[in-house]
Design a protein. Sequence first.
Length: 338
Amino acid sequence: MADVARLAGVSAQTVSRVSNGHPGVVEATRRQVLDAMQELGYRPNSAARALKRGEFRTIGVILSSLSTTGSVRTLEAVAASAAQEGYAVTLLPLAAPTRDEVRGAFTRLGELAVDGFVVIMEVHLLDTATVPIPPGAQVVVADSEAGGRYAAVDTDQAGGARDAVRHLLALGHGTVWHLAGPADSFAAQRRATAWRDALAEAGRRVPPPLRGDWTAESGYRAGLRLAEEPGCTAVFAANDQMALGLLRALHERGRSVPGDVSVVGFDDIPEAASFLPPLTTIRQDFARVGQLLVRGVLDRLRSGTSEAGATLVPTRLVVRASTAPPGGPRAGGRQGGR
């Protein structure tokens, strides 16, 4: 900093003000200092700044999986939102979703000097791990079930599932079969419960659910079984990848979509509009979830509060060509959205 001050012909205090983005510096002087910084290759010492200010401008992210659409897209949104706020992200994926791994992740991130944590995993792991949260660190969890103990942000899983079922019933289908996600997934549980409740509220028969593991392969296996159900005219799949496998199985068994079977997915992955037929699905606003997770951490850092409570981000039904009234088009030809 002293070298920059000498080259620019200003005081070290002026260099500090420019480096920190202080508004009270004449523009010509600011440019003079910036030119000197560039010529000398000057970079502010972020570690020294952190010690002086008591903040590291870094958010730690702990997540249980990098293999699911929800986790990856939420992480992407958190990183983008943090960057907009001038914060870096330190990522620590868990090798396995165990209590010891969760405890170790918080310990390691605490040693790496972060201001707060975003936790992208199901809250039961956090609750049972007796996590040693570093003093003063703020935690926001991407799971609405966490709202009673932590600040939480999540997609409205139940609302999206209800919209999927009601859409199919409104088209005239007598009931809706469900291709559920893994039994240990809270998101899958909430979608399955909402599916069941929506059918019960409408006075419709609740078929036995089939269970997959979020992959297209598991959707394909379930689809082979559903293709043998003569009364199956509508299916709500708990994610788009399983819906993709389901579409393949139905096609191989000669069941037209949506002529014989209508299919709705969940997520609205970028490829959903390119499925054959284009997939009707429930869109999650991952960008908004990520933004609210980061904002939740920063608001709590600035206010010093740690209030619990859940924020739900609405979903949206996107109607494409994979759904139609029973006995509708033999091949998906229409495409739209709302």
